[in-house]
Design a protein around this ligand. Structure first.
Ligand code: AMP
Ligand code: MG
Length: 404
């Protein structure tokens, strides 16, 4: 990775751009075929092309009666056949209509469907149409969604429930996707203990490991769990050497200035390390480098900082390495439901909720407080140098955008 220590603070945009440029320089190009059941969260490596028209034939959008409008003289029509979804109809007999149900194919010769609520049956069982008819009404035309040969999803599409449903609707059972990005997750710090273990004096439970592993899995990554790295040089060397083949090493903690930073020492020995001071809060310190050619991103250790930096920087980086083009989350301008009287030098990402249409931040915005994010529905962006009165607008990034 390029870059050396930055004088002053680095803007979020510049940091994002640098990371995306790095991602573009090492895309994951290997592909594999996976069944739809395994494809959630993966990224298309080949376009999804329709192998059939959708719908494959004209069909009824309603339960009702199908007829050929041009032949209809305004008289009651006898019913010549009954067409259920899943059946293959006979051509429509001239001078008749067909009983038809939602999703059933239109018989050849029919072009119009009237819903059953708008007809009456006379004593002979003939159908009287009570309202004016318009040609093509209540007909779902063949190919109205997709034509044979059309590209339905382009390369680089992230697959989720909707895309999988669409592929299934075209009869596609397997998709060519990019190989999953393999990410090693390392937590650093002698103070860390895993849940389920007793806490000694001075120790805390490791929250970032679970946070990041679950998040990476949601993003479709394959996680290599590197566990906890103690604050010890040799053991840090050994742990990195034992990682095996991964596409990214993602660490948390040990990136504050002035700290005995063992991960940093090892990266300088066996790779490269840039230390970025980001103009955001929380999440100022971030490291970026490589270990024997494997990219490394070091996130700050405080859990709310980990959350913000992963969501705003590591997530787009990872998506781009997977081949996704649009990596920025959707955000909305919302009115503030609070006052911000002291302009800050760094851009703040408040863990906040929407209440009565206004952004309300969690009371305690300490970077150590992960509960703020559990309470929150999104990150509210207070720009550097900005004060806010109630009702002033600010950007709100839903956490649901970042987490998926
Ligand atoms: P550091 O960057 O290592 O100085 O860590 C900054 C703060 O984050 C310290 O209070 C650490 O105890 C805390 N911290 C670091 N890693 C974790 C973790 N994995 N889980 C919870 N807290 C952490
Ligand atoms: Mg530490």
């Amino acid at each position: 990775m390029s870059g050396c220590d930055q004088p002053g603070l680095l803007s979020l945009e510049l940091a994002q751009q640098r990371l995306l440029a790095l991602a573009d320089s090492s895309p994951i190009n290997d592909t594999e075929f996976v069944a739809l059941a395994q494809a959630d969260g993966r990224v298309l490596a080949a376009p999804l092309v329709a192998g059939l028209d959708l719908p494959p034939w004209d069909n009824s959008a309603m339960d009702g009666y199908a007829l050929r409008l041009a032949d209809w003289q305004g008289v009651a029509l006898p019913v010549s056949q009954r067409i259920l979804a899943g059946s293959a109809p006979q051509p429509l007999e001239p001078g008749t209509c067909a009983r038809i149900f939602t999703g059933a194919p239109l018989p050849a010769g029919a072009d119009t469907v009237e819903m059953q609520e708008n007809v009456e049956l006379d004593e002979q069982g003939r159908v009287r149409f009570l309202q004016g008819l318009r040609i093509g009404q209540n007909v779902r035309a063949q190919g109205q969604e997709t034509r044979l040969g059309e590209c339905v999803l382009p390369v680089g599409t992230r697959l989720g429930p909707i895309e999988l449903g669409l592929a299934a609707s075209l009869g596609v059972a397997t998709l060519e996707v990019r190989r999953a990005v393999r990410v090693a997750v390392l937590s650093t710090g002698d103070e860390l203990v895993e849940p389920g273990q007793p806490l000694a004096d001075g120790q805390i439970y490791n929250s970032n490991r679970r946070l990041l592993i679950a998040w990476l899995q949601r993003l479709g990554c394959e996680v290599v769990d590197g566990g906890i790295l103690p604050d010890d040089l040799q053991r840090t060397r050994d742990a990195l050497a034992a990682l095996g083949r991964v596409d990214l090493i993602l660490s948390t903690g040990g990136v504050s200035v002035g700290e005995a930073d063992f991960l940093g020492i090892v990266l300088r020995e066996a790779g490269e390390l840039a230390f970025w001071k980001l103009a955001i809060k929380p999440g100022k310190p971030l490291t970026c480098g490589h270990y024997q050619g494997v990219p490394v991103i070091g996130l700050p250790g405080n859990p709310a900082s980990t959350l913000v930096t992963f969501g705003l920087l590591a997530r787009p980086y990872l998506l781009r390495r997977m081949g996704v083009q649009r990596v920025e989350p959707l955000a909305f301008e919302m009115p503030a439901g609070f006052v911000w009287s002291k302009a800050g030098q760094r851009r703040e990402y408040l863990r906040a909720r929407i209440e009565q249409g206004r952004v309300v931040p969690y009371a305690n915005q300490s970077s150590g407080v992960l509960r703020s994010a559990a309470w929150a529905e999104g990150l509210a962006e207070v720009l550097e140098g900005r004060t806010l009165a109630e009702g002033d607008r600010l950007r709100f990034i839903p956490l649901s955008e970042l987490l998926g």
